[in-house]
Design a protein around this ligand. Structure first.
Ligand code: NCD
Length: 366
């Protein structure tokens, strides 16, 4: 049984089919669900800014008859006094039936799941994953095309830092006939661990630099924002922030039924005059996100409370990713698995970063 939604790497088609059919039923008969979470409470813990994800989860819980508490700035809580993530989670779990959390730290939701007796939903962990955005994306594709299969998907923008695209690619691996045009500047290309996973499950992709060259032949164009908050160098961000701008003119070579998607917020990557194009579905995508989150909360908020024993640390391993949650929450047991890149390379269980050891020192793989 699925208890937490941290990533979508092991999403089963059967789970998705059931969740999506619940979502369709909610869309068709919202009144039937208005009491289905009566007495249930959602904790919405947002350590990073959010509009759609936070508001749509809150709206989803209220529409199911439940209630919500939480924060959108941790500095108004004991986090400002140095409280750990584990303790904040234990307390929020004591007062709620499901926790939705967003954090700048990669692997934070996986860490939280170890300390929570209620389900944890990852609403974005740094540049890593954002699984419920992907559920919104899959819902949009299914609603607009009838099915999620046999599609060429163009993903454009910041593929390095964009957590929504990492989750999208992870989830699409269970559907048949998916191929990709990955459009980004070289400095913002898809991380190697994602590309390796794509190759391992036979997903065909082409890396491209030019958006106009990619557009003909696409069934879906998924635009993304260059993620300013993940850049170390402001100059590098300035150089790349306008790398791609989708204009009405550029769409003249697109298929008449191509979907233009975006997780939002946008910066400059979609010109406002594209909004009127019938192929632009990004505002509807945000609304579908609320319905699929209703389906998820309907399932999670009604699960029995349960605490798992803490896993044992993997002796001798140390994750080297500076954005990993284990760097700031140092009490967390270090955990890893063997990487597909080779037996000397270890993959952090929280953030998926790959590290290897040489002369007794762990180093991150490029
Ligand atoms: C995305 C996010 O937070 O990762 N937004 C969202 O949740 N819809 C995309 C982004 O911030 O660019």
């Amino acid at each position: 049984m699925v208890r937490n939604l941290v990533g979508l790497g092991d999403m089963a088609l059967k789970w998705w089919d059931e969740l999506y059919s619940r979502c369709c039923d909610i869309i068709a008969h919202p009144g039937d669900y208005s009491e289905s979470c009566r007495g249930k409470v959602l904790a919405a813990l947002f350590y990073e800014p959010s509009t759609r994800t936070n508001f749509s989860f809150q709206s989803a819980m209220l529409r199911l008859g439940g209630s919500v508490f939480g924060f959108s700035d941790p500095m108004g809580t004991s986090v400002a006094k140095g409280e750990t993530l584990a303790d904040t989670i234990r307390i929020a779990a004591a007062y709620s039936d499901t926790i939705v959390m967003r954090s700048p730290q990669e692997g934070a939701a996986a860490a939280a799941a170890m300390y929570s007796e209620v389900p944890i939903v990852n609403a974005g962990d740094g540049s890593h994953f954002h699984p419920t955005q992907t559920l919104a994306d899959l819902t949009t594709i299914a609603q607009k095309r009838g099915a999620v299969e046999n599609i060429r998907v163009g993903i454009c923008g910041d593929l390095k830092h964009g957590r929504t695209v990492h989750s999208l690619v992870e989830a699409l691996s269970i559907f048949s006939g998916i191929s990709y045009s990955l459009i980004s500047p070289e400095a913002l290309s898809m991380p190697e661990y994602i590309l390796r996973a794509m190759r391992a499950c036979g997903q065909e992709y082409t890396e491209m630099r030019n958006l106009r060259d990619a557009i003909p032949g696409l069934d879906i164009l998924y635009m993304t924002r260059v993620q300013r908050e993940r850049f170390v160098s402001a100059t590098e961000y300035e150089r790349l922030k306008n790398a791609y701008i989708l204009t009405k003119d550029a769409l003249s070579s697109a298929r008449s039924d191509m979907l233009i998607m975006h997780p939002l917020p946008r910066y400059s990557e979609i010109a406002p005059d594209v909004d009127d194009d019938p192929r632009a579905v990004y505002f509807e995508q945000a609304r579908f996100g609320m319905f699929i989150r209703m389906a998820l909360l309907y399932e999670f908020a009604n699960l029995p409370r349960r605490m798992q024993p803490l896993p044992e640390a993997t002796a001798g391993f140390m994750c080297c990713n500076p954005a990993c949650v284990t760097q700031s929450e140092q009490y967390l047991p270090q955990l890893c698995a063997e990487s597909a890149a080779g037996s000397k390379v270890k993959r952090c269980t929280y953030c998926d970063a790959e590290s290897s050891i040489a002369d007794g020192v762990w180093r991150i793989e490029s």
